[in-house]
Design a protein around this ligand. Structure first.
Ligand SMILES: [Mn+2]
Length: 407
């Protein structure tokens, strides 16, 4: 197998704790999700070292770890995985992100000799050169820098030094893209890491911007340079879901070679058994008067169609929105899913309790609804309905009448 691709990793966030709600609802699953993430780089190394893998170089664009002082076991695992890849003859370049920033004196990278090439320079420097034929048909140059407070300042623009066209030039960095119309201004301005001007990089002669920090996959072509955030392969929660895939960079087909056409392409791949747990978000709208049982039934039919076994590597999060009939509606739904043995988390979206109804006013109405409300009051006086049920029946009826009136 020809190893003619770069594996571009970023934002693995090894060591990240599972979300609080998962720990509360299903501590055992939470533990499995955590250990699956913590060993992600081991599975990546298994794949990279396998004989048929196309990867000939690994670039890590920051936030490999969720915390600058991650647990020793998590760091030890990762170092072993990196060592295995290096021993297989695959160069690995690691630069830090804002979670595992080099500014901290006790950052994991400074504790021992880091396997492969560690980017330690706060200003851009060449960190790796591969001769023509070692990876691609042409030579490859990797330039990178890591953010260090004191040397760099938050929001600093990362100026790329010029590079000659004798090689395919890659810039590896953790930061936010500042060029107009790419990322929301709020994200660009609130972050501590480098700011990146892709147009400037392209004009300096770079062919590929290997970026990290944004967790969703993002690929853009700027004046012939390709820029990519590969995203987190494994998300931290249903609202930061990750990509479920890995980004492979290879040289674009040579013919026809037009000026302004990127020299590389990115493909997202899903090697079997590598990624592990994935989040799935289901948004469900509740209509006033609906009961938790109905919601759980409806969602179950949607998410777990009969006859199709559900994946045990999928964590389903149901976000409920709408008008609910009781304070405990979301908890009631969670309980019902748990009783059914479904790996589902229920979270609150935009939820409103049913608005109070002026029963006295309605009961004076000379209408079908007024007649119904008077009947309802008689039931209540006879004690034939408990409070909760009575409220739900009332709401169901009122929404029926209103729907009918809207027709
Ligand atoms: Mn980051």
């Amino acid at each position: 197998m020809n190893r003619q691709s770069i594996l571009h990793l970023a934002d693995l966030h090894l060591g990240a704790p599972p979300p609080e709600i998962l720990r509360q609802v299903n501590p055992q699953l939470a533990q499995q999700v955590k250990s699956s993430r913590d060993t992600l780089l081991d599975r990546i190394a298994d794949w990279v070292c396998s004989p048929d893998c196309p990867v000939g170089l690994v670039l890590i664009a920051g936030d490999l770890f969720d915390h600058h002082a991650s647990e020793p076991q998590v760091v030890g695992n990762a170092m072993q995985a990196l060592t295995r890849m290096v021993t297989c003859g695959i160069p690995v370049v690691t630069t830090a992100g804002n979670h595992d920033e080099m500014s901290y004196p006790n950052v994991v990278y400074k504790r021992q000799k880091w396997p492969g090439i560690l980017v330690e320079s706060w200003e851009p420097a060449e960190v790796l050169t591969l001769a023509a034929g070692e990876l691609f048909d042409q030579a490859l140059r990797v330039v990178s820098a890591c953010f260090q407070i004191g040397k760099n300042f938050p929001g600093q623009v990362l100026e790329a030094p010029p590079v000659s066209g004798d090689a395919l030039n890659v810039f590896l960095a953790h930061g936010t893209v500042e060029d107009p119309n790419f990322l929301p201004t709020k994200i660009v301005e609130s972050e501590r890491c480098f700011r990146i001007r892709l147009k400037q990089w392209s004009q300096q002669g770079y062919h590929y911007a290997a970026l990290g920090h944004i967790h969703q996959p993002w690929v853009k072509s700027i004046e012939g340079m390709l820029a990519c955030y590969p995203g987190s392969p494994v998300g931290k929660s249903a609202f930061d879901r990750g990509t479920g895939s890995l980004a492979l960079v290879s040289t674009a087909s040579r013919i026809p070679q037009h000026p302004g056409r990127p020299a590389v392409t990115v493909n997202f791949v899903e090697p079997p058994g590598v990624i592990g747990y994935q989040w799935k978000l289901v948004r469900e709208n509740i209509t006033a008067g609906e009961r938790p049982e109905e919601i759980v039934e409806r969602v179950s039919r949607k998410v777990f169609p009969a006859g199709i076994p559900f994946s045990d590597q999928e964590i389903v999060v149901v976000e409920l929105t709408g008008t609910v009939s009781s304070q405990s509606f979301v908890q009631d739904c969670q309980l019902l899913f748990s009783q059914k043995g479904r790996p589902v988390l229920v979270v609150e979206g935009d939820i409103q309790p049913v608005p109070p109804v002026d029963i006295e006013l309605l009961s004076r109405e000379q209408s079908l609804l007024g007649e119904w409300v008077r009947e309802w009051q008689r039931w209540r006086q006879e004690g034939r309905l408990d409070d909760n049920l009575a409220q739900m029946v009332l709401w169901e009826a009122i929404s029926c009448f209103r729907r009918e009136a809207e027709r």
